[in-house]
Design a protein around this ligand. Structure first.
Ligand SMILES: *[C@@H]1O[C@H](CO)[C@@H](O)[C@H](O)[C@H]1NC(C)=O
Ligand SMILES: *[C@@H]1O[C@H](CO)[C@@H](O)[C@H](O)[C@H]1NC(C)=O
Ligand SMILES: *[C@@H]1O[C@H](CO)[C@@H](O)[C@H](O)[C@H]1NC(C)=O
Length: 908
């Protein structure tokens, strides 16, 4: 047998017969030669053919080729006994090639890798290699197929996910990085045809950034220059107004789409938590039962008390609780912790769920602590029977005094050692309403000598004579947080009970309680809460602000409730980005507001459309053009994202510019409008030069007079140098060419001091100028199509999400069909309904979309969003593309955030 592959002579009769055989098997001529040329390969292939009976298997050219690939990958060319896979394993793969599941060399490679890596975990019998077909298919990309279209749309949505976190390329120079990372971002791309993929990537870049230029890809100086140019289109803007380009091009970057923050969970503290089942239990069977039920999945919960609106601190809790489960393919409950009957109101339930969904999360189930009232009562009774709880009749002062108010360990309560029988009777009496409020309570009997005050016999149950919104007057006693919380966690099989640092000391009694009852014990982890400088989160104080009219409601954009932040236009993606950027810390600290604003700006920078808004209009008239002068200009919606399309604006003889952009007597460094000075009206090909201005009798400027420098102006074209001039925004003075804005609202901090919570009477600290309203501002007409497009996109996204939620609910129904799961309300119902107040559906697609989705950057001013008080008629006409003013329109804008960090400066 020849050793070297080069030595095979293909003209011998044997070789010719072999080539013929290979051809019959299915290999094409060139591949047949290839194989025959190498003796090693040829031998290996013949073995595979024989073992799998491939001579008459009717393989096509591609399948036959894949079988050759398989011989290599499986190590059939190695010395006997050194093959990577066994014969039955190879046979399994051959079958997958034959039945068309494996269609590429990459897939064959993956199949071999799968076999190798699962060798230890599979139980193979003689005829069955023990492959889990589903797993096999998944790791080999079976069924993943891309057409040119689906490839493009996959890449587009990946690009979108990048821009939400500002990682998207901003021009062609990002091509290499994009290519390098895309397969990590979208693992399925691994199975795309390499050439198709390359074509699609370039196509996408072309769509976004125009044709590839020679210099693209590395020269950062050139890149920056190009970016600058794009930002302030000095004289380029209106140059090409060829084909009609409507706003219809996709807004590639959607701030309402929410990314899944992952670094929070893949790095740092939250990456090191125990695996389900590793949390210790008092009895080993608890662990087994738990794992049998959870199947090793992660279970978390977000347990708000439904007694107020959520605030920015909750955004972190939501992100961690829901995000941790999502990251691990687990489940997160939204559990309304409604154990206190006196504090709850229906409106909070709706709002809480809506905010969870606004942030892009979907509860696995919505539950209520009150659903467990009977079970909790039974637990308390059991604890009493075990001699680990007692009924106490001390009044609150005695109890407080006994705790020694920080002066060391407490004295035992006189009722601590009463007989078990008596405790059972007394607790029953409490339940039966024989005691008035504060007449008796049930307390855990833990450890008065502990250094941890949570162990000093905390209260389990209190008498409360109040109807509960869900259980009515059934109960006269209600469980305390320290009792209900651990047991609800346990009942729901929570694997990771994530909470904030103030609960660290409570962990001891949490664990004691589960062990005392010998029930499954979740593991609690504590991380720092999010507190933002200058913000004000106390419900009581916010209520005062609302009731005394300092703010206009719980969603006043100056507040830091989530409904206020949403109304103000903060994108949910910015909230998540902020939480992710802060990371998880194990010590509390106050975060500076500028970091929050930074996250907002980063999110909006690449996604927000650019629109002209003239806040304080001052008329400007160009003298050297005819009265009916009208020059239709076209400018990009986003200078750095050409894919967002362009809009039209019309330059007329009279326009309005920002009053602040003119000085009658300019300081030396003033380079905007002033007598003798030139500026560019952004988008216009020519500069203008101020020749004069008019004033009213009080000396106020009423009009600026300018000349257009198109060669006929006073200074002549040649003398003018573009770089000497600033570019300013403007709108036409023609009523049809601008939109009147009813109100533009600017917000300043609500308090004068940095830490209003430290001020004794916070009302004295209120900033009287926290709201500034501008009336009479003007928008360019492009506002309407942009707004319409944004709402349409947001609705599509919301529908997508609610659909996903519904199918999620469906999965739940199926999961719940297994007998292990609790019965009760249909889970499909709980997924979309909070069953109260006559079963009101909440947070439908419509409710996830509000005026705040109309977010844009008013060039040179700030980022704005439309306020919920706005009325924009054309948005209602879903099927019409006509975007423009309707009678009765009212436009109110909220400033989201300034363009830059510096304060006090109005124009950037
Ligand atoms: C022959 O088949 C192989 C697959 O085994 C394929 O890659 C190659 O392009 C084919 N060659 C021709 C000339 O068709
Ligand atoms: C928790 O797990 C147990 C089994 O350990 C199961 O019986 C129970 O139904 C689960 N609880 C919930 C709320 O699904
Ligand atoms: C002139 O301008 C000042 C400041 O902008 C303003 O307070 C005043 O009312 C104006 N006067 C008239 C007559 O418009």
């Amino acid at each position: 047998m020849p050793k070297k592959s080069a030595a095979v002579d293909l003209t011998t009769p044997e070789s010719i017969a072999l080539l013929e055989r290979y051809g019959k098997i299915g290999l094409n001529a060139s591949r047949s030669k290839d194989v025959a040329q190498s003796a090693k390969q040829s031998t290996a292939f013949q073995r595979l053919v024989q073992e799998n009976d491939l001579d008459n298997a009717g393989l096509d050219e591609k399948q036959a080729g894949l079988c050759v690939d398989l011989t290599k990958e499986a190590g059939y060319e190695n010395a006997a006994g050194k093959e990577k896979l066994s014969e039955p394993e190879v046979r399994y793969i051959v079958t997958a090639i034959k039945d068309g599941r494996l269609r590429s060399t990459d897939q064959v490679k993956a199949a071999v890798q799968y076999m190798e890596s699962t060798k230890a975990s599979r139980t193979a019998t003689e005829n069955d290699v023990g492959v889990n077909a589903q797993e096999f298919d998944k790791s080999c990309g079976v069924g993943v197929s891309f057409t040119a279209d689906s490839l493009m749309s996959t890449l587009e949505s990946y690009m979108q996910s990048l821009s939400v976190s500002s990682e998207a390329p901003t021009d062609w120079s990002g091509l290499q990085g994009f290519r390098a990372n895309m397969k990590n971002g979208v693992p399925d791309l691994r199975w795309a045809n390499g050439k198709d993929l390359a074509v699609a990537v370039e196509g996408l870049f072309g769509k976004m950034f125009g044709p590839k230029t020679a210099g693209a890809g590395g020269n950062t100086a050139a890149k920056e220059k190009a970016a600058k140019k794009a930002d302030a289109p000095k004289s380029a803007g209106g140059a090409k107004s060829g084909a009609e380009v409507p706003v219809s091009a996709t807004l590639t970057t959607d701030p309402t789409a929410t990314p899944n923050p992952t670094s929070l969970f893949s790095e740092g503290f939250l990456s090191k938590l125990h695996k389900p089942g590793e949390n210790p239990q008092i009895k080993p069977e608890l662990k087994e039962k738990h794992l049998a039920w959870t199947k090793g999945r992660v279970f978390t919960r977000f347990p708000p008390e439904p007694n107020g609106y959520l605030h920015i601190g909750h955004a972190k809790a939501i992100t961690i609780d829901f995000g941790y489960a999502k990251y691990h393919n687990g489940c997160c409950y939204l559990r309304f912790d409604d154990t206190n009957p006196t504090a709850e109101e229906g409106v909070y339930f709706d709002s809480i769920l809506e905010m969870v969904r606004w942030l892009g999360f979907e509860p696995w189930k919505i539950t209520y602590s009150s659903d467990n009232f009977q079970k909790l009562y039974d637990f308390a009774m059991e604890l009493t029977k075990r001699g680990k709880a007692f009924v106490c009749h001390c009044d609150q002062e005695t109890m407080a005094a006994a705790k020694g108010s920080g002066k060391g360990n407490p004295q035992p309560c006189p009722h601590r050692d009463r007989p078990v029988e008596e405790n059972i009777r007394e607790f029953q009496a409490m339940k039966d309403g024989k005691y008035p409020e504060k007449g008796a309570c049930l307390r855990m009997k833990i450890d008065l000598s502990s250094g941890n005050p949570y162990m000093w016999d905390p209260v389990c149950y209190r008498v409360k004579d109040a109807p509960h919104h869900r259980t009515g007057t059934t109960w006269k006693i209600y469980p305390a947080y320290d009792f209900a919380h651990p047991l609800c966690d346990s009942l729901e099989n929570i694997t990771h009970s994530l909470c904030t640092l103030e609960f660290i000391d409570a962990r001891s009694s949490y664990e004691w309680l589960c062990d005392a009852l010998e029930v499954y014990k979740p593991r609690q982890y504590e991380t720092a809460r999010l507190s933002l400088q200058g913000t004000f989160l106390s419900k009581r104080k916010i209520r005062t602000l609302v009731e005394k009219g300092y703010v206009q409601g719980w969603d006043d954009p100056r507040l830091f409730t989530l409904i206020a932040l949403r109304r103000r236009g903060i994108p949910p993606a910015a909230m998540l980005r902020f939480v992710e950027e802060l990371g998880v810390s194990l010590s509390n600290s106050e975060i500076k507001l500028v970091r929050f604003e930074h996250a907002i700006r980063q999110t909006l920078e690449l996604s927000a459309a650019r629109v002209f808004l003239v806040l304080e209009p001052l008329r400007l008239t160009i003298t050297n053009v005819p009265d009916d002068y009208s020059n239709e200009l076209e400018k990009p919606i986003h200078p750095k994202v050409p894919g967002m399309g362009t809009v039209k604006c019309t330059l007329t003889k009279s326009v309005y510019v920002e009053r602040d952009d003119f000085r009658a007597e300019p300081p030396a460094d003033f380079n905007r409008l002033a007598p003798g000075k030139s500026v560019i009206l952004i988008g216009s090909p020519y500069p203008i030069t101020c020749t004069d201005f008019k004033t009213d009798p009080s000396g106020n400027v009423t009009e600026i007079i300018c000349a257009l420098e198109d060669g006929s102006g006073p200074s002549g074209d040649k003398k003018f140098k573009g770089k000497d001039a600033s570019a300013i925004h403007w709108v036409s003075a023609d009523k049809k060419q601008h939109v009147e804005v009813d109100e533009v609202r600017f917000f300043e901090p609500l308090f004068q001091s940095d830490d209003p919570s430290k001020v004794e009477n916070f009302e004295t600290d209120i900033n009287p100028d926290s709201l500034k309203v501008f009336k009479g501002a003007l928008l360019e007409p492009a506002f309407y199509p942009v707004a319409k497009k944004l709402i349409k996109d947001a609705k599509a996204e919301a529908v997508k999400r609610t659909k996903a939620a519904a199918s999620f609910a469906q999965d739940r129904v199926e999961a719940d069909a297994s007998p292990a799961v609790q019965q009760g309300a249909s889970p499909a119902e709980t997924a979309t309904h909070v069953p109260h107040d006559g079963d009101t559906p909440v947070a439908t697609a419509d409710q996830l979309v509000g005026m705040e989705c109309i977010r844009f950057q008013a060039m040179r001013l700030a980022y704005f969003a439309a306020d919920k008080e706005s009325v924009i008629g054309c948005l209602e006409e879903d099927d019409s593309n006509e975007a423009g003013p309707r009678p009765g329109d009212r436009i109110v804008l909220n400033k989201i955030v300034s363009l830059k960090e510096e304060k006090g400066k109005k124009l950037a």
